[in-house]
Design a protein around this ligand. Structure first.
Ligand code: ZN
Length: 490
């Protein structure tokens, strides 16, 4: 074969291969009769109420699978989800991380060759925090429905998102649509403890299975006030959790002859100073935009302060007023330090030689722990007390963009779903898995699309966690529309 011919064939092959790789694939790979829910031919952004009804049943079943972490036992939930996907003709894969602990992943392809940078990841965690059964008025793992709520641990955090993601994902498959990007469903393990089965570990072991450029996760909220949706908080950044050990040391000895170097006394004084310290305000661009948006929808008195929060003359006073008004706003404006653990002594009549405290610090993204710790050392000003950053801290991740197509689409669809309610970018004070994703160049958005009052929201991780049943179909509808509009080729 001549050189010329080889050249022709190679070019031709490359051309053919390139063409073949771009051929759109139907999300529905194996033809099946349309399941109940939405008919295969119906437009995806049509009525999702039947689908939401099915998804509510999945949610109830997921709540009944006790995935309290530790130990997690997420494999049982993963198998249940895998069963649902299989019935839909989708091939799921279990990603094992530890005995009894597996994540579950599935993919709807847009083309034969994946393009991770375009892919959309729908991610939610299957594990839940523990319960104090004596404080619950219902069995937290029975999936009880009463008074218009689904009661149970995980009914909000985060099994509601698992079920809604599953619904949006299955809607694409049933819709038999052409996708312009891969859509990946992932239900994860060990989000609450961030240990052996965390997303960090899943990424290290299985990144190629769910690598994506965009993600929708928990972390946001749809705030209901005075009976209607006030705004949608879309999480685009989160504070960074770092623990600091405070150790006071002294000689110790018999408590009948105390001396001035009792470490219990030194530690108590240090903790008091730290506890009363207020870090300076630093407004990030996300928080500025959040307060700006809020100033348009809050009551007049609050709005008055929100509007001047960043002005040279009245800013400082406004920051103080708003910090006192709302502890979450306070935490969104500055680094916070919460002493959370104290440990000293073994006997009533023995002065210990060491006393320890743990501080949980939540840093504004971009702030560094060393700067804060140096300031705290100055405040404590005691050579008998040492402050040390503990090694289990979170990492600061870049913010997700407030300018791209997905952000715009969420804004548009949320307004449509919730009577014109605005989407405000949100810095969450708590940590989610999105930080891990953002560290891998994923534009991750925290959206918990179910409208809820602050009162119901406050039950997350608390007693009698419950999801308002009327809000679930709205969340499913919104999520399904966002996913379809972002990923379906028209
Ligand atoms: Zn959660």
């Amino acid at each position: 074969m001549s050189g010329k011919r080889v050249g022709f064939w190679v070019t031709g092959m490359v051309f053919l291969y390139g063409w073949w790789a771009c051929v759109p694939l139907r999300a529905q790979v194996g033809q099946k009769p349309a399941a109940m829910g939405i008919p295969a031919s119906q437009a995806l952004v049509g009525d999702t109420s039947a689908l939401a009804h099915e998804a509510q049943d999945w949610l109830v079943e997921l709540v009944k699978i006790n995935t309290t972490n530790p130990p997690g036992n997420e494999q049982a939930a993963a198998k249940y989800i895998a069963g649902i996907l299989t019935k839909e003709g989708i091939t799921p894969e279990l990603l094992d991380v530890a005995p009894g602990r597996s994540a579950v992943v599935a993919r709807l392809r847009s083309s034969a060759v994946p393009n991770p940078s375009r892919a959309l990841l729908l991610v939610a965690h299957m594990d839940v925090v523990g319960v104090d059964r004596s404080k619950w008025t219902v069995d937290p793992f029975a999936g009880v429905i009463k008074d218009g709520y689904l009661w149970g641990r995980g009914s909000i955090d985060d099994k509601s998102m698992v079920a809604a993601n599953l619904a949006a994902f299955i809607a694409l498959k049933r819709g038999n649509v052409f996708l312009n990007r891969d859509v990946i469903f992932l239900a994860t393990t060990d989000e609450e403890q961030f240990g052996e089965g965390s997303l960090k570990i899943l990424i290290a072991k299985y990144w190629d299975k769910f690598a994506a450029g965009f993600a929708i996760n928990e972390g946001g909220k749809v705030v209901v006030k005075n009976g209607k949706v006030q705004y949608v908080g879309l999480q685009v950044a989160e504070k960074v959790s770092v623990n600091v050990a405070v150790t006071a040391t002294g000689k110790g000895g018999h408590s009948s002859v105390p001396s001035k170097d009792n470490p219990v006394v030194h530690l108590a004084a240090a903790v008091e100073k730290i506890g009363n310290y207020t870090a300076p305000v630093r407004l990030t661009s996300v928080v500025r935009r959040y307060f700006e948006g809020l100033s348009g929808i809050e009551d007049d008195e609050t709005a008055k302060w929100l509007r001047v929060i960043d002005t040279p003359d009245r800013g400082e006073h406004a920051q103080r007023v708003l910090s006192d008004m709302n502890p979450m706003w306070n935490s969104m404006m500055r680094d916070t330090i919460a002493p959370t653990m104290l440990q000293a002594g073994v006997r009533a009549n023995v002065i210990p030689s060491e006393a320890k405290a743990v501080l949980n610090v939540r840093l504004i993204p971009g702030d560094t722990i060393d700067v804060l710790v140096n300031e705290l050392k100055k405040q404590v000003n005691d050579p008998a007390v040492k402050l040390e950053v503990m090694p289990d801290g979170g990492l600061a991740a870049p913010d997700s963009s407030m300018e791209n197509d997905l952000y715009a689409l969420i804004t548009k669809d949320a307004a449509k779903e919730f009577g014109g309610a605005p989407v405000l970018p949100f810095l969450s004070t708590g940590a989610t898995d999105s930080a891990q994703l953002r560290l891998h160049n994923v534009q991750a958005y925290g959206l918990r699309p179910f409208p809820m009052t602050e009162e119901d929201d406050a039950r997350v991780h608390g007693d009698d966690e419950r999801l308002p049943l009327a809000s679930f179909p709205k969340g499913v509808d919104l999520l399904t529309k966002i996913v379809a509009e972002f990923a379906v080729t028209r």
